[in-house]
Design a protein around this ligand. Sequence first.
Ligand code: BES
Ligand code: ZN
Length: 459
Amino acid sequence: MGKTPPEVDEYIKAHRSDFESELFELLKIPSVSADSRHDSDTARAADWVADQFTRIGFETEQIQTEGHPIVLARSSPIENAPTTMVYGHYDVQPPDPLDEWISPPFEPTVRDGDVYARGATDDKGQMLTHIKSAEAWMNACGSLPVNLIYVIEGEEEVGSENLEKFIVSDPDQLACDCVVISDTSQFGPGQPAITYGLRGIAYYELRLFGPAQDLHSGTFGGAVTNPANALNQILSQLIDTDGKIQVPGFYDEVIPLTTREREGFQALSFSEQRFQDLVGVDATSGESGFSTYERRCARPSFDVNGIWGGYQGEGAKTVLPAKASAKFSFRLVPNQNPKEITKNLEAFLHTLIPPGIRMELVDLHGAPGVVVPLDSPYIEASARAIEHGFGTSPVYIREGGSIPIVTTFASRLGAESLLLGWGQNDDNMHSPNEKFSLADYHRGIRTSACLWAELAHGA
Ligand code: BES
Ligand code: ZN
C-alpha cells in the first residue's frame, strides 16, 4: 500500500509553524463573497491562493467570472497516474454580529489550541491542508505520485453559480477520477468522518408590498392589510406544527430512509444531551417520526434566515409599514429538485397572499442534495489515509449542510466526491467565534499527504 515517504512526513513536521503562520495570513483577508464592499479583499484572497501554487511550480491561472475569480492549478502531468481534483473555497460568510466575537473575525487569534477567525474551518483552514500536503511532496520529493487539479473558488457561500457555468462550458479540461473536498466536519473530537451525504438547498427572498407609504397604525390599522402581518401569516403556513413542509408536492420525490440506513444512524454515538448543550437549548424539535440526527442530516427542513419590516429603533412607533420581507430556505434531500420546488412554492404563495398585498419572490440559489457511494476504492484509500493521519479509522456520516457544486462534479465530470472533513461541530461555522483546531489542521495535512500516495497505489 502507498505510504507517505518519510521525507514528506519530515517536511510536514519541520514546517508546522510555517503552515500555521500561512493559515493566519489567509485568515486576515476578509474575503466575504456576499458583500460587494469586500470585492477587492476577495480578489486579494484569490491572489494569495494562486501564489501558493506558483511557488510549488504548479501551472496556475485565475479564471475571471461575472463574480469572484476561480483559482485553477495543476501539478506537472505524470503519465499512468490517476488524476484527483481538489475542490475548496477561499470565500467566507459575513462575520456579523461583530460584537459577539471575543477577538476580531479577521485577526486570527489562538486560544487553547484553536485558531479563531472567520473562515478558520469553513473553508480556509481545511482547504489549505491539501495545498500544504502538495507543497510537502513537491519540496521534499520534487514530484507528486498523482496528478492534481485544484479548483479553489470564491463563491461557494453564495451558491457557486459561476463555477457551475465554468464546468459546464468545458468539462473535459477538468477530467478527473475523483474529487477531494474538506469542507465538512468530524463526527466528534477524535472521531474523523467520511461524509457520504449532504443536503441540498433552495433559498429565497420574499418581499411584500402594501400601502404606498408607511401609515399611522391607529388611523389605518384594521382596515389596510399590514405587510408584516401578512408575512407572518404566510411564513407560518409553509410548515405545520409537526414539522411537515406544506408546499404542495414538496415530498413527492423524497426517497424514504431505509431501515438499514436508520439502523446505521442509531449505531452512531449521537448524544441528544451533548447536542442540546452544544447549541444552548433545553429541547429540540422538528419533523415528527424522526430522530434529531435524521432531522438535521437526512430529512428536509425549513428556516427563516432573516426577517424585517416596520420600526426597529428605540421605543415604540405606531406604524403600519408599507413593506416587509424575509429570507428563507429549505434544506433538501437527494432527488428533490430545487427548480421544481421553486415552481410549486411560487404557485402556493400566490394562494396565500391576502388582498391589498403585492408579492415579489426572488430565487437566490438552489442546489440538490447528494449521497455518494461508499463501496469504492477511493473511499477505501481515504479511510487508510485518515487512519494514518488521525490514528483511528473514520465513521461514515451524513451532514445537513450543502456544497452546491458536488452534484455538478458527479453529473458533468462523472467524478465522485470524497468528503473528508477535519472540522468539528462546535467550530461555529457561519457563527461568531468560528474556530479550527490547529491539531486537526496538522492531522489534515498528514492525512492529505498520505492520501496522494494511497490514491496512486491503492485506488
Ligand atoms: N462548509 C459548508 C457546508 C457544510 C456545512 C457541510 C455543515 C457540512 C456541514 C459550506 O461552506 C456552506 O456553508 N455551504 C452553504 C451553501 C449555500 C450557501 C448554497 C450552506 O450549506 O449554507
Ligand atoms: Zn460555509
